[in-house]
Design a protein around this ligand. Sequence first.
Ligand code: SF4
Length: 127
Amino acid sequence: MAQEHRTMICITCPRGCTLDVTVEGKTVVKVAGNNCQRGVDYAMAEVTDPRRMVTTTVRVKGGVHPLVPVYTEKPIPKPQIFALLAEARKVELTAPVKFGDIVMENVLGTGINVLASRNIPLKSKAP
Ligand code: SF4
């Protein structure tokens, strides 16, 4: 099988090493440009099962803000990101929402939860 070279930036730490990754099919043959082993691990994950943390917002009814920021508790497979965002658009929570509340459980069957990243208290009623 033919080998190909892919250039990617390791996003594991702020150093952002430029990796030269030699790939044969779905197998990483060689990684160069990394300053530590995590660069190799990153390149392998990118080739075999690329994932990303996702942040977005969902609607909240009756809260001091109409939206709450949320995030995936672990990186989810990249091909599922748009489906996750579409699911998040359908969600409407009811205030109060607490930091760390599970907003979407086992999203898209990934085994990963989407959590609230801030408190949204109830909006106080006018006297
Ligand atoms: S290869 Fe290591 S040092 Fe370079 S960006 Fe990745 S984690 Fe950081």
